[in-house]
Design a protein around this ligand. Structure first.
Ligand code: AMP
Length: 534
């Protein structure tokens, strides 16, 4: 067979030649809608690539982006790796101090920044040493002195001089940092090869998320979070229409775009999908939707979400699990043939599990006794391997206990694995509650609580206990206008769980604190508990 390197220019060529007329649509910071075709996109991407070389970017150099999801960000996603350099989207929800750390740690040479995000850049600008700052113009204000205008830079690039990267497929193409809740962010380098293989996995209907040329895909997940789950590369590969929401991630703005652009596929974390459901429920006839699938990932699937979207709107919520360390897709809870004729309720139960590994990903679980049996009840830490799973962290980050001696990634997720290989995440290892030696799943309790009609959100943490060592404690956010008591919730849970699983206490709060990528920040809740309870 031919020794064809799996490199990103292949996707660019395919998008340009096969999908020239298909569209890429963006909502810009001024709320206007920008639309152009893959043909326009490819031409501008090549100009940007050449222009970056003229500015001194060579193979291996890092080019950072500080941008929302929009077409110019997509251009950088391709232009940078297509000349052998490394694109590094910065998490714009990081603190200025974290941003300073990652830009210096990655040794970013050039920064491409949204004009509307310049105030954020100004906060860490003096402590980083990027050689050029290119600003994407987005307002009527002039670009401040000392910065380059993205459109001027691009105009200076001559498309005919574009020389696509033809090197080794294992060359780094993309960089991102984990958004962990403790310690410094850790860097990861995705290679051309890993991105290409991952992009293919997203196409697989049987096991991936099944995006095709007919889809109109809108990544709600930010392009700075695990490469928007690989969707931009995948969509360019398949020719799916891409819709980018810009900075407007509220339910109303998203629903408007879903309707106006006839979006068929989207992906986001549970909190965003919950806000979309709430908005829809407030006036179910208001929007005409074309969505077939909403991929959910990043945190566990609340059961009511999959049930409500299916029953009320005929939309499948597909549960996926992954990690930044795995590009990020690991598993999907697809409905297999033996579940096809199962009752809806059984299918919803299945959908709340994290699902089966996608092709190329292998998994196993381990506890203190060794590898756990695939019996659906033994629990242990999930370990994974595959061609898009990181083998190490970038630079000097301490790998800690993240990798086994035989090279599997230790995920920190505590799971059971069914006989047929379906995983169910019970907890993060650091959130596990061990009460009197018995293990309690905070995820299961949260999921059940969020199924109560008066509860908007719930997070369960472990608190110290003299007798039982640890006990569960629930923080609950009631729905607007609803009142609910601890006794009511305890009674509600008692129908499902053993007595010792019932939370020791409940506290009612306005909002659950979140990480930079929208997950529950349980460490902040633990701190709060200790502050308030000594
Ligand atoms: P990140 O690297 O920010 O994507 O975070 C990865 C972690 O998010 C995983 O190790 C899990 O703990 C959690 N996670 C991702 N997807 C899911 C899911 N579907 N259910 C439960 N936890 C998830």
């Amino acid at each position: 067979m031919m020794d064809c390197q799996l490199t990103l220019p292949t996707i660019l060529r395919r998008a340009e030649s096969l999908f020239a007329k298909k569209e890429i649509i963006s909502r810009l910071p001024d709320k206007s809608i920008h639309r152009y075709t893959y043909r326009d996109f490819a031409a501008r991407t090549k100009k940007l690539a050449v222009a970056l070389q003229q500015l001194g970017i060579a193979e291996g150099d890092r080019v950072a982006t500080l941008s929302w999801n929009h077409y110019q960000h997509l251009e950088a996603y391709f232009a940078v790796p297509c000349i052998g350099a490394v694109v590094h989207p910065l998490n714009l929800r990081f603190s200025p101090d974290e941003l300073r750390f990652v830009v210096n740690h990655a040794e970013d040479k050039i920064l491409i920044v949204d004009q509307v995000l310049l105030p954020l850049f100004e906060k860490f600008k003096s402590s980083v040493s990027v050689s050029r700052v290119i600003v994407i113009p987005q307002t009527d204000e002039p670009i401040p002195e000392g910065y380059l205008n993205y459109e001027d830079v691009l105009a200076a690039g001559d498309e005919s001089e574009f020389q696509p990267f033809e090197g080794d497929e294992n060359t780094a193409a993309f960089m991102c940092y984990t958004s962990g809740t403790t310690g410094k962010p850790k860097g990861l380098l995705y290679s051309h090869r890993s991105i290409m293989l991952h992009a293919i996995s997203l196409m697989l209907t049987c096991a991936g998320v099944g995006i095709t040329e007919r889809d109109v895909a809108l990544p709600i997940v930010p392009m700075f979070h695990a490469g928007a789950w690989g969707l931009p590369y995948n969509c360019a590969f398949t020719g799916a229409t891409q819709v980018f929401p810009g900075p407007y991630l509220d339910a109303e703005s998203l629903l408007e775009l879903f309707e106006s652009e006839k979006v068929t596929f989207t992906g986001g974390v549970p909190t965003v999908l919950m806000s979309i459901l709430n908005k829809l429920d407030a006036d179910p006839q208001h929007y005409k939707l074309y969505l077939r699938t909403m991929a959910l990932g990043g945190s566990a699937m609340p059961r009511f979400l999959v049930k409500s979207f299916d029953e009320r709107y005929g939309i499948q919520v597909l549960h996926t699990w992954g990690m930044t360390e795995m590009s990020p897709l690991g598993t999907t809870a697809v409905i297999t043939s033996d579940l096809e004729n199962a009752s809806k309720e059984d299918q919803y139960d299945h959908a709340t599990r994290q699902g089966f590994p996608v092709p190329f990903v292998e998994l196993r679980g381990r506890n203190e006794l060794g590898l756990i049996p695939w019996d659906g009840s033994a629990v242990g830490e999930l370990e994974v391997r595959g061609p898009w799973v990181a083998a190490s962290y970038y630079g000097d980050a301490d790998p800690g206990e993240k990798f086994t001696p035989d090279g599997w990634l230790q995920t920190g997720d505590i799971v059971s694995i069914s006989e047929d290989g379906c995983i169910e995440i019970k907890d993060r290892s650091k959130d596990v509650i061990k009460s009197g030696g018995e293990w309690i799943s905070s995820v299961a309790l949260e999921n059940a609580l969020m199924g109560h009609p008066s509860v908007l959100e719930a997070a369960v943490i472990s608190i110290p206990d003299d007798k039982w060592m640890e006990r569960p404690f629930a923080y609950v956010v009631p729905r607007e206008g609803k009142v609910v008591s601890a006794d009511e919730l305890r009674e509600f849970l008692a129908g499902t769980f053993a007595k010792f699983w019932l939370p020791e206490g409940f506290a009612f709060i306005d909002a659950i604190p979140r990480t930079s990528v929208g997950k529950f920040l349980k460490s902040a809740l633990r701190d709060r508990y200790h502050r308030e309870n000594g």
